[in-house]
Ligand binder design. Structure first.
Ligand SMILES: Cc1ncc(COP(=O)(O)O)c(C=O)c1O
Length: 402
């Protein structure tokens, strides 16, 4: 089977049945210090897509370029929608809801990409997958590896939260902590596949990652009764998730199932704002990221150019929030709705709060919550502590509550 790809930077169309990463025409031609060029979009057959319009229901697998074998082995989706009524009331919002991708098998959105990459590996009869990760993509790929029996080689910054690293070790991956940043680990994992083979699953570098991530938009469309939200708030680092969210709505549009794309909001920390700045200035300049929301701490966003293009083409916008706003948003979500997510995810809620004066409060608003809170308990050190124990006696209970 031949796949078609389109380079969103130079427009080149590539047809191949080989595994392909970046555009052979412009990949790697970016100037030093700029976002990488030549990341590809998978093009689906438009005739096959338009056939989907005739179906009463569509599944994410109708839109995937590879068949996913034995889906029950590693079940990805359908994640619940939570409607946090106390928060909606407090903010005066009519219909804000949270798409709970934090509840996927490895606890993050990254399972969506890992499922399709596992399918790609099995279709090409390759047993080894290498990648770099800030933690969650690695845990997700390792989880898929454990489920399907694939070898996972994972390069991570040694500073990644211990729970994310331990998860990958427990799933049986070969974990290689790197004395460097996520961006350093990214390059090392590419070195690894050049020398030792296997598929590289790096976010956006392998176009199938975006293709897997698009499933969330298709799922939402069905869950909302074949409707799309007015707005979607997405936490952004590399820009791969947001590009995936756009691609899902784009494919739904190509299939004739929707006639527009929601307004998508790129939510970043002021301390990791490469994509937001590129959107505002038109310059694709790398930064030095330093946010506590580790999953979105990215200097050189792999999918940065694609994310900015989608945002510009479809009336998207960017909201930057402070570190304190992220931590406060995490606390409000867990305390006032029972939704416990990691700081990167809470960035979406922090951005919504900041954006309140600019939005229609009656709009259908989706927060994409991408990672579970248990992944990074250290973020509460010095902020939350357990109460002191009481003696094992009735008197102690009475004293404690008098
Ligand atoms: C929990 C979580 N949220 C958001 C993101 C940001 O995704 P992207 O880097 O594709 O923008 C990540 C990426 O690692 C993540 O793990």
């Amino acid at each position: 089977m031949k796949f078609r790809y389109q380079c969103l930077d130079c427009g080149k169309i590539i047809e191949t049945d080989e595994i392909i990463y970046t555009c052979p025409n412009c990949g790697g031609t970016e100037k030093p210090g700029e976002f990488p060029k030549g990341y590809l979009r998978v093009l689906l057959d438009e005739k096959e897509l338009s056939e989907l319009k005739k179906k009463d229901h569509v599944s994410i697998y109708d839109f995937f370029p590879y068949d996913v074998p034995n889906k029950d082995v590693y079940p990805v989706g359908i994640t619940p929608i939570v409607r946090p009524q106390r928060i909606n009331k407090a903010l005066g919002l009519k219909n804000m809801y949270c798409k709970m991708d934090a509840y996927l098998p490895s606890g993050s959105f990254k399972d969506r990409a890992s499922q399709l990459i596992a399918a790609q590996a099995m279709a090409h009869k390759v047993n080894k997958i290498a990648l770099a990760s800030t933690g969650n993509a690695g845990a997700a790929m390792s989880c898929a590896g454990a489920a399907y029996g694939l070898d996972i080689i994972l390069f991570v910054p040694e500073t990644a939260p211990i729970n994310k690293l331990m998860q990958s070790v427990l799933y049986g991956a070969t974990v290689v902590p790197v004395k460097g940043t996520y961006d350093d680990a990214f390059l090392l994992s590419i070195e690894y596949t050049k020398h030792f083979g296997g598929i590289n699953r790096n976010t956006a570098y392998n176009p199938m990652t975006i293709e897997g991530k698009k499933s969330v938009s298709i799922e939402l469309f069905e869950q909302l009764g074949r409707k799309i939200p007015d707005m979607v708030y997405v936490p952004v680092g590399d820009g791969c998730i947001i590009s995936g969210v756009y691609k899902g709505f784009y494919d739904l549009m190509k299939a004739g199932l929707t006639d527009h794309i929601p307004q998508i909001v790129c939510c970043q920390s002021v301390k990791s704002n490469a994509i937001s700045q590129a959107f505002k200035t038109g310059k694709f300049t790398n930064i030095e990221a330093s946010t506590r929301a580790d999953s979105i701490s990215v200097d050189c966003p792999a999918s940065g150019r694609m994310a900015v293009k989608y945002l510009k083409d479809y009336n998207g916008k960017c909201v930057e929030v402070s570190e304190q706003e992220i931590l406060d948003a995490q606390m409000t979500l867990v305390h006032d709705s029972g939704i416990f997510v990691e700081p990167a995810s809470a960035t979406a809620f922090a951005a919504l709060k900041k954006d309140l004066p600019n939005i229609d409060k009656n709009a259908d608003i989706c927060l994409l919550l991408t990672g579970i809170g248990f992944k990074d308990m250290a973020v509460f050190d010095g902020r939350v502590s357990l109460p002191a124990s009481i003696e094992n006696s009735a008197e102690a209970v009475i004293k404690r509550f008098s």
